[in-house]
Design a protein around this ligand. Structure first.
Ligand code: AGP
Length: 620
């Protein structure tokens, strides 16, 4: 989705803006632009359709645009096609106000009509141009300062936005405002920065402010101020970002996705170890889950009647797998909801329900809405999030942070893996607290969990086998993933990885459902991937594989070491190391991530930035 970068300081702004925007390329975009000014001069606005490279060529990597104060934007079209005139920054009629915007102004048509009646004209189809002129309208009509004009605009518009604005009359100043869209401010030594995501400014500073919802800011080379809607100053404390700049670089890998796949042992280990009591390096240590670290008490858990897990995409898949884990370990009813559905249904939930919201970015619009609705209903909320300071992390009652580090590739891998761990830890901790698990069982399970990183590493060492298999199926039209229970959750994620980056149609089916319709799609040579990590369900799914094989399917079987008889049925078998079956997803997903990756690479596709997709979906 769109990206914003801004800088005001002692250095030339344009190269900084372009470099920052390049760090946000992973979010997906179709055009880009910058507005840079020197002192009192009007901003110079340069835009280009297509890749950032085009904008960089047009401006000699920014060197041709002089000025030390500027804002930049990568646009992902919502209102109006991708084009130079629709690209940001947008300027008001007489160029008094220049702005970039992420999000959507829902009532922009109404605002346009009002402005048309007041003599304004429009050169683009965007909602942003309407808002820029509205700021200008209030600024002039009521002779207000920038903060008051922006505040009045915020009260008039509906929707979500992160805005960065420059006023002709206020050289060396950038104003910001946000509602339901991320925007951060970085304090540097040679100037100050704004960005819609941390990687854009990580090279310059790790001292970051997270303005709250409906907050505004005024940024100059040496001051950072925040204001509430009344125009009153608000004090915010900065946060030190732990991620270092190299975490957002490819580090020798061809793609971010491959780098992130390989970071999984580290990310998983860091997440497990952050929530343990006892020495994880001592074989005989009594280990337990440190629920206190996230503020959860035994008392709160005792009264719990239900758990509702909510997320989108892969985060939802983490929920599907963990429904089985929670129900089995905690013996509590669990439901899993797609955030986009949950927010518009009227779910009937017991007041003693804990809503667990899972989100890597912490900014996904539907997940954020689901969190807010849950809170409005008086339900307790717990967020499993990767991005500290994100909206979901700030608004949830309890937060379990995952330690994946910055995830750049659109297709999630390491964040997904750490979300699984977050859920396992909660399930184990809840089970002990509610008396469905003994302390020694907890410790045994946690010792087993600590072996997962090394087992993931072992699978990665054998990745060439998957690469070979991927080459065979690069031209496949349809792929089916089948499994039962936790294996069904694994299938959902394997199938999403396949379609989102390799553009091959694929579906995940609970294996028992095949006979109810889908089996009619099986033809000679159709690839069916069976996931069979759950011993109780092994024979059932194996029978389903035999059924599709007899209708011509080509079979890949994914199971745990030891189930060698699978080779009698499938054409290609993949074995992952043995582990406790509750944790099987953490291992079985790795070959499926690799399969999607290698197929996409062999088709020559843009693995890290698949078509039509954005890393963080901050609009509905
Ligand atoms: C998965 O590869 C996708 N990128 C997508 O499904 C993602 O998991 C979903 O959009 C949720 O994002 P979030 O975790 O940032 O909320």
């Amino acid at each position: 989705m769109c990206g914003i970068v801004g800088y005001v300081g002692v250095n030339q702004a344009a190269p900084i803006l372009l470099e920052g925007l390049s760090k946000l390329e992973y979010r997906g975009y179709d055009s880009a632009g910058i507005a840079v000014r020197e002192g009192k001069e009007d901003p110079v606005v340069v835009k280009a359709k297509g890749r950032l490279r085009v904008l960089a060529d047009k401006t000699d990597n920014g060197k041709a645009v002089h000025g030390t104060c500027g804002i930049g934007h990568t646009r992902w079209a919502t209102h109006g096609a991708p084009s130079e005139s629709n690209a940001h920054p947008h300027v008001s009629n007489d160029r008094s106000v220049t702005a970039v915007h992420n999000g959507i102004f829902e009532n922009y048509q109404e605002i346009r009509d009002k402005l048309l009646r007041n003599g304004y004209t429009f050169y683009s189809q965007t909602d942003t141009e309407a808002a820029v002129n509205l700021i200008d309208y209030y600024y002039k009509k009521y002779k207000m300062g920038p903060i008051d004009a922006i505040a009045k605009t915020m009260v008039r518009v509906r929707g979500s936005y992160a805005l960065a604005v420059m006023f002709r009359d206020y050289p060396g100043e950038i104003y910001i405002a946000r509602k339901d869209a991320p925007l951060i401010v970085g304090a540097g030594t040679d100037g100050n920065y704004i960005a819609s995501d941390v990687p854009a400014i990580l090279q310059h500073t790790r001292t970051v402010y997270y303005p709250d919802n409906l907050m505004m800011g005024r940024i100059t080379a040496d001051t950072i101020e925040f204001y509430d809607l009344n125009g009153d100053l608000v004090k915010l404390d900065p946060v030190e970002i732990q991620w270092d700049a190299s975490a957002a670089e490819k580090g020798g890998y061809e793609h971010f996705m491959m780098k992130e796949i390989h970071e999984q042992p580290r990310a998983v280990a860091d997440t497990i170890r952050s929530y343990l009591k006892g020495d994880p390096d001592k074989e005989d240590a009594l280990l337990s889950v440190d629920l206190g670290k996230i503020g959860i008490t035994d008392e709160m858990l005792k009264g719990l009647k239900e758990i509702c897990i909510v997320g989108c995409g892969s985060a939802y898949h983490v929920g599907v797998t963990n429904q089985y884990v929670f129900e089995d370990l905690v013996k509590i009813p669990v439901r899993v909801e797609l955030a986009s559905e949950y927010r518009y249904r009227k779910p009937v939930l017991d007041p003693e329900t804990l809503v667990i919201i899972i989100s890597q970015s912490g900014e996904t619009a539907d997940s954020l809405a689901a969190l807010r609705i849950s809170k409005e209903h008086g339900l307790k909320t717990l967020a499993i999030v990767n991005v500290v300071g994100s909206s979901i992390a700030r608004e949830a009652d309890y937060v379990l942070q995952t330690y994946a580090g910055p995830e750049i590739a659109v297709a999630t891998t390491k964040a997904y893996s750490t979300q699984l761990i977050g859920c396992y830890l909660l399930a184990i901790g809840f089970a002990v607290s509610r008396g469905t698990m003994q302390a020694h069982e907890e410790s045994e399970l946690l010792h087993e969990l600590l072996t997962i990183p090394a087992k993931i590493q072992k699978i990665l060492e054998d990745k060439e086998r998957i690469q070979w298999f991927a080459a065979k199926f690069a031209n496949a039209h349809d792929v089916f993933f089948i499994g039962r229970g936790i294996d069904y959750g694994i299938c959902l994620e394997g199938s999403l990885k396949m379609k989102e980056i390799s553009y091959i149609h694929s579906e995940a089916y609970a294996a028992g459902e095949l006979k109810h319709g889908t089996i009619s799609l099986i033809e000679d040579g159709t690839l069916v991937i069976g996931v069979l990590t759950q011993s109780e369900l092994y024979e059932k799914t194996l029978s389903n594989l035999v059924e599709v094989k007899s209708r011509g399917a080509y079979l890949m079987g994914l199971t745990m070491s030891g189930n060698f008889d699978i080779e009698d049925t499938v054409n290609f078998a993949v074995f992952v190391p043995k582990t406790d079956e509750h944790f099987a997803n953490s291992l079985a997903v790795i070959p499926l991530q690799l399969l999607g990756y290698y197929i996409a690479v062999s088709k020559g596709l843009d693995v890290d930035k698949p078509r039509n997709l954005a890393k963080s979906v901050t609009v509905e």
